[in-house]
Design a protein around this ligand. Structure first.
Ligand SMILES: Cc1cc2nc3c(=O)[nH]c(=O)nc-3n(C[C@H](O)[C@H](O)[C@H](O)COP(=O)(O)OP(=O)(O)OC[C@H]3O[C@@H](n4cnc5c(N)ncnc54)[C@H](O)[C@@H]3O)c2cc1C
Length: 361
């Protein structure tokens, strides 16, 4: 947006330690063998826009007061800093997870599971969310439904049990209708769903998931969502309140002038999902364009977003959530259909085009 509005009149430096972007939902595609890891990586070098420069460097310090970013290769001084470093996974916060379980929230974890799942033919598979908040609240539900499909297509479903534990009271709390549809889908597929469960550790030697109320659940294969936290470099910068970066939810401004935070590293009052990161980024971009004298100041961030939900059997549902309009968050549900499969595909393709091929979608 900055490039489109301001062209060479702006100098945008995009810093990422990784060479490529991967959509969150592509991790499920990799895990279930629906896509090769290579095919879902979108290289940042493809971002060729006037005024925009990508540097592949690791950020080692952020001085929010001075708006200065130090990396393993350089020091970058900025007039405006937009912190968008996401959330990291803290496997050690759940003892036993690293040794006795598998996580499916990173590309590497999804790749490992793509090798393990085809060899698992009998026993107890447990999908467990180890802490909240976590990215994309519907994703573990999707994993449970897709696991059912995978075992069914391999003819081993009768020999495999699937359980799903999460700390939230329902799969998608802002939308009871969506939660109901997911709970019905679990029941139809004999997936044992346990909400409001807190996992304290995995006892790999005994093959037990240990809950904080003392209960235990046996497992042969654990598919985990690790606890999340802001990256250390963000915590060390003093931008956080110990967890994530507090911001004005309407403007995404931090308490430091000229420093914004968006996406999973920020505490905005919306879920940690790409669609909200994108919406917040748009508000910041419009504010900066207005500051440059090229447009109206934006309305405050509206906290709205749509998430597509894989229900398995080739169908996708959709939930539209609204976090800021009313006194509490609301959501409306669109039942799974083949039409929504195409819509989800268009959602991804339009972003790929717009962000990576330099064309407007
Ligand atoms: C399985 C799964 C399914 C999902 N499905 C969906 C979905 O369907 N819809 C949806 O909207 N969201 C979904 N999400 C969530 C979505 O992926 C994230 O919420 C989104 O990517 C957050 O964007 P972000 O820019 O805040 O962080 P990220 O996308 O995580 O980007 C942060 C970037 O910062 C970089 N970085 C971190 N530390 C440093 C450092 N020290 N130096 C340099 N660079 C650094 C990282 O390399 C990374 O590229 C899903 C997530 C998962 C795991």
């Amino acid at each position: 947006m900055l490039s489109e509005a301001l062209g060479d009149g702006v100098e945008v430096t995009l810093i990422d330690k990784s060479d490529s972007f991967v959509f969150g939902y592509s991790k499920l595609d990799v895990m279930f063998g629906r896509a090769e890891p290579k095919a879902v990586r979108l290289p940042y070098r493809d971002i060729a826009k006037p005024g925009v420069r990508f540097v592949q460097e690791t950020i080692t310090a952020i001085d929010a007061e001075a708006r200065r970013v130090s990396t393993d290769a350089a020091i970058h001084d900025a007039d405006v800093l937009v912190v968008a470093l996401g959330a990291d996974y803290d496997l050690d916060a759940t003892p036993g997870l690293a040794e006795g379980g598998n996580e499916f929230y990173s590309v590497a974890g999804a790749e490992r599971l793509a090798e393990i799942l085809p060899t698992f033919s009998s026993g107890r598979a447990v999908i467990g969310v180890c802490g909240a908040p976590f990215k994309c609240p519907p994703a573990p539900s999707e994993a449970a439904l897709l696991l059912h499909d995978l075992f069914s297509s391999r003819g081993v479903r009768d020999q495999c049990e699937i359980s799903f534990l999460m700390p939230l009271p329902s799969p998608v709390p802002p939308s009871p209708e969506t939660s109901r549809a997911l709970i019905d889908a679990f029941a139809e597929r004999d997936i044992a769903f346990s909400p409001s469960k807190r996992i304290s550790s995995l006892d790999a030697a005994r093959g037990m998931v240990v809950l904080d109320d003392g209960d235990e659940l046996p497992y042969d294969l654990f598919l985990g969502v690790p606890k999340h936290r802001a990256p250390d470099v963000v915590i060390e910068s003093g931008l956080t309140d110990g967890t994530y970066v507090p911001v004005d939810p309407r403007t995404l401004e931090t308490r430091f002038p000229g420093v914004y935070a968006i996406g999973d590293c920020a505490q905005i009052g919306v879920p940690k999902a790409g669609v909200f990161a994108e919406g917040a980024a748009r508000v910041v971009a419009r504010a900066l364009i207005a500051e440059a004298g090229r447009g109206e100041r934006p309305e405050g961030y509206d906290g709205r977003g749509s998430c597509y939900i894989e229900f398995g059997a080739g169908r996708v549902g959709r939930v539209d959530v609204d976090f800021f309009s009313g006194p509490s968050p609301t959501g409306t549900f669109q039942a799974p259909s083949a039409a929504l499969v195409a819509e989800k595909e268009h959602f991804g393709a339009s972003r790929r085009e717009r962000w990576f091929a330099g064309r407007s979608a």
